[in-house]
Design a protein around this ligand. Structure first.
Ligand SMILES: [Zn+2]
Length: 556
């Protein structure tokens, strides 16, 4: 059949220029404008330093990766397009990106049956011109990166590998380039070309093994060590270096920081780095236990101490004997629990509730709080002597918004962890999502990021990247508001529009949200932001309190 290749203007209209931040977006992929001459110089350097064969491999794989990325994007953009329609979009994108102009070809395709035969003419090939400029007329075809692109694009849409070769090339003196693509088994000399698609460096193998080891380690949180605390920003490194120094001693450590910054991970890492590592690590969240229960939980109870105490049982302190007890939200302890805790810290002994027998315990305490303890002392809610006892070695863990340079590392760590947990392959987040992550203030800190990534992995396409629609309702409220400019179909710059609207539309389209549901999403988001305060949510939405109450009732 004759394939008609429509012009690239519709795709050009998807390009967005953010003049404020210096981004160019094609969908959610960050694009860059490079000087052709710079790429030609790079090609020469590759060939001169690696030799023709290796350089060809590197360029083929770069092209292949671009093709894969574009195909995934095209499929997402036009979910209802047929395989053929998506296939002809590849040459349009290739043209838009300034590589080559593809002319009328022959195409025989049946995605379901895995049939593919494609034959196209290439004109104005960037690579052929580049190669000729560098080396004169060549004895072999030279459009390696472009062939890689064609293979990557078509293979992604076909769901099987399709090998493209050049049967003529203008770099080798032909009038134009001619490319043919078909499954490798249908080429009699496929081996010779296939090797260029295989990464050949030893470094790749080492990196793959390292990644595997790390995945295994991350999947077992219990093995967390101080070296595994993820972060390279100065404030974070200062905190983890303080922690490492404390590990060797028996000092009581007080972990300070907002909720969600990872205090329990720090405590666990401290334990694992200490000489108590082979003894128990016991964690207690004081805020999660009712006041009546907290003492019996911590210090144990003797049979008959109170109604319901039918059996004697040890508390968490006794269970942590020889090891570490992590007391989260220690500021929530009752006055009497504070007194008992002070005694354990000072004397190393406790009595179970309803018991007169004194027991010795050897426990290292790591306490944590997100309230200001010295204020609590002034207000009489927290014992001064206990505060001084806990505050010997404070370590402040910075909030995520103060260590945005660590976001990429953390994202990778959570991808490793949750891809394993959900048995799903997700290769990363789109450039635009990473950009949004860096704009966002992360009130819930690392825990919030972790939740967003887990949710994103569940929603993302297998083998794809987490995109804006996958994270949209969670974090976009104050993040994705870049001022973007697009290109009209004739290539002129359009007036600026709001990236949020684009993202919201993507979300609506992807999740098949009806207009009524859109209203409901907005109402709920406004209520959540106003902490459930009806009047301020109504103000945010520009309506009166009774109007909002009525709509909420209607939409629930
Ligand atoms: Zn060529």
């Amino acid at each position: 059949m004759e394939a008609s290749l429509a012009d690239a203007s519709e795709l050009a209209s998807r390009l967005r220029f953010s003049f404020d931040s210096g981004h160019i977006w094609l969908g959610e992929t960050r694009m860059i404008l490079l000087h052709g001459a710079a790429v030609i110089a790079l090609r020469k350097e590759l060939i001169d330093s690696l030799g023709t064969d290796r350089a060809r491999g590197v360029l083929t794989r770069i092209g292949y990766a671009s093709g894969v990325s574009d195909a995934a994007w095209a499929r997402k953009l036009y979910p209802d397009a047929s395989g053929t329609e998506l296939l002809v979009m590849g040459p349009q994108l290739h043209k838009l990106e300034g590589m080559v102009c593809t002319r009328n070809g022959r195409l025989n395709i049946d995605v379901a049956k895995g049939i593919f035969y494609g034959e196209f003419i290439w004109e104005s090939s960037f690579e052929a011109d580049a190669h000729t400029e560098l080396y004169g007329v060549s004895s072999e075809p030279a459009c390696w990166m472009q062939l890689g692109y064609a293979s990557g694009y078509v293979s992604t849409l076909m769901g099987k590998f399709i090998l493209f070769n050049e049967t003529e090339c203008s770099a080798a003196g032909a009038h134009q380039c001619r490319i043919v693509g078909r499954p490798p088994v249908e080429w009699h000399d496929a081996e010779a070309s296939l090797k260029y698609f295989q990464p050949d460096s030893v470094a790749d193998h080492i990196i793959a093994l390292q990644t595997q080891v790390q995945n295994l380690r991350y999947s077992i949180d219990e093995d967390l060590h101080t070296d595994d605390l993820v972060g390279a920003s100065p404030s974070f490194r200062q905190a983890s270096s303080l922690l490492k120094k404390a590990a060797a001693s028996q000092v009581t450590v007080l972990l300070l920081g907002e909720t969600g910054v990872g205090k329990e991970r720090f405590a666990r890492a401290l334990h694992n780095a200490s000489n108590r590592a082979d003894r128990p690590f016991v964690a207690v969240n004081c805020a999660a236990l009712p006041e009546q229960l907290i003492e019996s939980e911590l210090f144990g109870v003797e049979k008959g101490a109170f109604t319901g105490a039918q059996q004697s049982r040890p508390g968490r302190f006794e269970r942590a004997h020889g090891g570490t007890l992590f007391l989260d939200e220690a500021g929530e302890l009752s006055a009497s629990a504070q007194a008992k805790l002070l005694r354990v810290l000072q004397e190393g002994e406790l009595e179970r509730i309803g018991d007169s027998h004194t027991r010795k315990v050897d426990v290292r305490v790591v306490a944590a709080t997100n309230v200001n303890l010295s204020e609590a002392v002034q207000e009489g809610r927290f014992r001064k002597d206990l505060y001084y006892r806990l505050n010997i070695y404070p370590v402040t863990i910075p909030p995520l918004r103060e260590r945005k340079d660590d976001i990429a590392l953390l994202v990778q760590r959570f991808l490793d962890k949750y891809c394993v947990r959900h048995s799903k392959q997700v290769i990363g987040v789109t450039d635009q999502v990473m950009h949004a992550f860096k704009q966002y203030s992360w009130p819930g800190n690392i825990r919030e990021l972790e939740n967003v990534i887990e949710r994103g992995i569940i929603l993302a396409q297998e083998g794809g990247r987490i995109d804006l629609a996958d994270i949209f309702p969670a974090i976009m409220d104050d993040a994705g508001k870049p001022r973007l400019s697009g290109l009209s179909k004739d290539g002129s710059v359009l007036k600026q529009d709001e990236g949020t609207v684009e993202a919201f539309l993507d979300y609506v389209q992807k999740n098949k949200v009806s207009l009524d549901e859109v209203e409901s999403v907005l109402l709920k988001a406004a209520m959540a932001r106003a902490d459930g305060n009806l009047s301020s949510a109504a103000r945010a939405l520009g309506m009166t309190r009774p109007q909002l109450a009525y709509r909420l009732k209607k939409s629930s």
